[in-house]
Design a protein around this ligand. Structure first.
Ligand code: NAP
Length: 243
């Protein structure tokens, strides 16, 4: 039996790609495509959606995710901009209802590997800065991927004497700090999504880069999450938890 999937934000750039990807997957059934004028709860009930993929906006995503969980469907959240407090509340809500959920700031498998490699490298090269580059229409900054990368590096560095960024508390243009790691956000037309993680050592540097050339790159991760989320009884944050 195919899994019933509803796409919220279906008329957006990511939403349109997700609609095509779900339609082309024989294990999934697209039961609806909706946007901001639709009643999310009512459509979930009418369409019998088991999984709802949310690709909307930072302002709408928390309310949407709660509505999805309360309507007895499993959320697969690609929209970025959820705060750590909101993610914690959504985790608690899913655990209480024994409902599977996935929140992934990046559904690209290569981007997940870039984050994993970055965390690994930080064991040996603790001095690091992140540059993320996105299209001009991206509403949030820094990107969810950059924040997640900083979190993964911080987890590894927690056991070590992690260096503070040299400019902390000094005004200038040295990026925003997350877990003491400077993140520099670039927003320009022509870009899709890229990230560089730069490590500095004694007499050498190491640079890990990931470039998204087309939004199709995110689709295998979204399809994987739609299939695996029904087997979960809690919410996971990060596609790497499913790989
Ligand atoms: P987009 O082109 O602006 O699309 C967003 C869509 O959501 C629009 O059609 C918008 O409608 C609609 N929308 C706005 N508020 C809504 C609501 N309350 N309920 C339902 N739909 C609503 O943006 P995008 O480039 O597709 O990106 C969407 C999100 O995905 C962003 O947060 C982005 O950062 C994220 N993203 C995630 C990944 C990942 O791998 N996790 C990758 C790329 C992008 P209107 O245009 O009419 O306002």
């Amino acid at each position: 039996m195919p899994i019933n999937v509803l796409i919220n934000g279906a008329w957006g750039r990511m939403g349109q790609e997700a609609v095509k990807a779900v339609q082309n997957d024989p294990e999934l059934e697209l039961v609806g495509q909706i946007g901001k004028t639709d009643d999310l709860t009512a459509v979930i009930q009418q369409s019998k959606a088991q999984v709802v993929v949310d690709l909307t906006t930072p302002a709408a995503v928390y309310k949407n995710t709660l509505a999805i969980i309360n309507a007895q469907a499993c959320p697969v959240i690609g929209t970025t901009g959820l705060t750590p407090e909101q993610i914690k509340k959504l985790e608690e809500c899913c655990t209480q209802k024994k409902r599977g959920g996935v929140v992934a700031p990046n559904f690209s498998i290569a981007a997940i590997l870039m984050m994993r490699f970055s965390a690994q490298v930080s064991q040996y090269f603790p001095h690091v800065e992140i540059i993320e580059l996105h299209h001009a229409g991206k509403l949030d900054s820094p990107s969810g991927t950059a924040i997640k990368t900083a979190e993964m590096i911080a987890t590894v560095r927690a056991d070590q004497a992690a260096p503070k960024a040299t400019h902390e508390n000094i005004p200038g243009a040295r990026g925003a700090l997350h877990h003491h790691i400077p993140i520099h956000s670039i927003r320009l037309p022509g870009l899709v999504a890229s990230q560089e993680v730069l490590f500095g050592g004694v007499g050498e540097t190491l640079r890990i880069c990931h470039n998204t050339i087309h939004r199709e790159a995110f689709m295998p991760g979204i399809l994987l999450a739609c299939k695996k989320v029904l087997m979960l009884d809690h919410l996971v944050y990060g596609l790497e938890q499913l790989l």
